[in-house]
Design a protein around this ligand. Structure first.
Ligand SMILES: Cc1cc2nc3c(=O)[nH]c(=O)nc-3n(C[C@H](O)[C@H](O)[C@H](O)COP(=O)(O)OP(=O)(O)OC[C@H]3O[C@@H](n4cnc5c(N)ncnc54)[C@H](O)[C@@H]3O)c2cc1C
Length: 501
């Protein structure tokens, strides 16, 4: 039995846990990560992330490394009917998008996780233990206590942490300790996931994702990276899972596109896609993040993205509270902000699921007629606002993420912001704030920028505002048209509590 106290304990070293470990590592917090598996999970689930997620990796100082193992998505996702007519397109382009990078990225999950784990090694303050399984979590007034097992030796240990973040996936033990139920958002469907590695170039395979909305057998085709390709294949009534994963059946299912002479099987596994969200994401010192808090069918490629947004939302709040600059109730805004945000993505994925998973031929004909009435409809990822929380403002873009423009000097905006709060605005508005506001900014280490750069100025003109207050996760904390309004929103900064009126 050992007893050490950490500021944060992270349970689970998947995408949510490793991203949070990187972000907290940067802040210098003492962090323990406990992961049951001895090795990186070798089989990919996620293959896509969006521009906002690349921006989080950039904040974590890992953009170059992640770019080296991923590729930008050029054409988005096409929803085609049984005869190959395009009904709907999720837009895609490799051009620089609002986050200062491409809007879609494709990757092999074990390679991404390896990059993120090696990123954590930069931080002596983060201690990651593999082959260690949490068996019990007890909340307490000063600390939470964790009981965990060294799987190799069988030895049991305990440790204490000020906060425990359960990044422990869909079957989360932390969720049980919190005692929450999952709200059912309506979609639960088994799909076969079939990954191959091409042995030769197959020119007929598209370089973009295709949702084959064929009522006889809905399927998704994805170009991953390099020679990796994936088919996700819906199970139909009467399909026997054990037969579905047999090689002869797999090749039959994808025979229209690829043959065993052209590719090797990497794996074939059946997953049940779920759409659920936890009713409660926090109890006392325990929190949920990633799949432990929410799961979405992967039709938008957004489950892991949501996990990484959770980490980004939580990291700066944990730092502010643990360093005594904010009251513990700032941490309540994590769930109140994140839950409606992720819900918007899950709801859209469920709606797309209804389109893709149509198996009734008449319903499919009606769907096709509706979409074919015009040109294929083009849609983008949603840009929901955060739920109510640590921000102020009636209307968007308050509580939305601020873009990352390229500055006139060729640098991206975030390179000037670091892990800090920032105020960007018209020089006269910034100059006109009160002395108290200046003190708050200083105490908070707030970066001040005037919006002289053309791309930044264009954003201000478009939204008819003159100053914006940004959080370290780049979400807009508040907007101002005057110095007085900027004084008001600056009181939202955690440091405001410590500066006298
Ligand atoms: C077929 C498929 C395709 C997908 N495609 C995409 C996509 O393209 N884009 C996207 O964004 N998302 C996608 N997703 C979703 C994505 O894979 C998940 O949302 C993401 O992996 C969740 O990360 P996580 O860190 O929350 O959980 P996990 O990856 O499940 O990690 C949880 C970790 O916790 C560990 N753990 C659990 N219990 C304990 C314990 N008691 N003690 C110690 N350790 C423990 C586990 O071993 C595991 O390593 C897809 C999912 C599937 C199934």
């Amino acid at each position: 039995m050992t007893q050490t106290a950490y500021e944060v304990a992270i349970i689970g070293y998947g995408p949510a846990g490793v991203t949070l470990a990187n972000l907290l590592g940067q802040y210098g917090l003492s962090v323990l990560v406990l992961e049951r598996d001895a090795e990186l999970y070798p089989l990919p689930r996620a293959i896509h992330f969006d521009g906002e997620v690349m921006r989080v990796f950039e904040t974590a100082g890992l953009r170059r490394e992640v770019e080296a193992i991923s590729r930008p998505g050029l054409k988005g996702m096409y929803f085609n009917n049984a005869v190959g007519e395009t009904l709907l397109i999720r837009a895609g382009t490799a051009a620089r998008g609002p986050h200062g990078c491409a809007t879609n990225h494709y990757f092999h999950q074990p390679e991404l996780e390896a990059v993120l784990r090696s990123g954590v090694q930069r931080y002596p303050n983060v201690h990651a233990l593999l082959s260690h399984e949490i068996t019990e979590i007890m909340d307490g007034s000063e600390h939470a206590t964790l009981l965990y097992k060294d799987i190799q030796s069988g030895a049991m240990h305990t440790t204490k942490a000020r906060y425990v973040i359960g990044c422990d996936g869909a079957r989360s033990l932390t969720r049980k300790a919190i005692g929450t139920t999952m709200m059912d958002l309506g979609l639960h469907q088994p799909w076969l996931v079939f990954d191959v590695r091409l042995k030769q170039v197959v020119p007929s395979l598209p370089d973009h994702t295709v949702q084959h909305c064929d009522p006889e057998r809905p399927m998704t085709y994805c170009n991953v990276t390099g020679n990796r390709r994936r088919w996700e294949i819906m199970l139909m009534p009467g399909d026997k899972p054990e037969e579905m994963v047999q090689p002869e059946n797999l090749w039959k299912l994808v025979g229209k596109w690829v043959t065993p002479e052209q590719a090797d099987i990497e794996r074939a596994v059946i997953y049940t896609f779920h759409s659920v969200i936890a009713e409660k994401w926090r109890k006392g010192r325990l929190f949920l993040a990633g799949d432990s808090a929410h799961q979405t069918p992967p039709f938008l490629g957004q489950g892991m993205c949501a996990a990484i947004r959770d980490a980004s939302n939580l990291a700066w709040k944990l730092e502010a509270v643990l360093r005594g600059r904010a009251h513990d109730d700032l941490l309540d805004t994590y769930a109140s902000e994140r839950a409606p945000h992720v819900r918007a993505f899950i709801d859209l994925a469920v709606k797309l699921g209804d389109i893709i998973q149509t198996t009734d031929p008449q319903a499919a004909r009606e769907r096709d007629a509706k979409f074919k009435a015009g040109q294929p409809e083009i849609f983008h990822f949603p840009t929901p606002r955060l739920g109510l929380g640590a921000w102020r403002g009636e209307n968007a873009p308050a509580a939305q993420i601020f873009p990352q423009p390229m500055l006139a000097n060729g640098r991206l905006l975030d390179t000037l912001l670091g892990l800090n709060f920032a105020v960007i605005g018209d020089p006269s508005v910034l100059e006109g704030v009160s002395d108290r506001t200046r003190e708050i900014w200083k105490a908070q280490g707030t970066v001040q920028l005037s919006y002289m750069d053309p791309e930044v100025r264009a954003w201000f003109d478009q939204h008819a505002v003159r100053a914006v207050l940004l959080r370290p996760d780049r979400y807009i904390m508040g907007l101002a048209e005057s110095s007085l309004a900027l004084d008001r929103i600056s009181t939202l900064l955690p440091a405001a509590k410590t500066i006298a009126h």
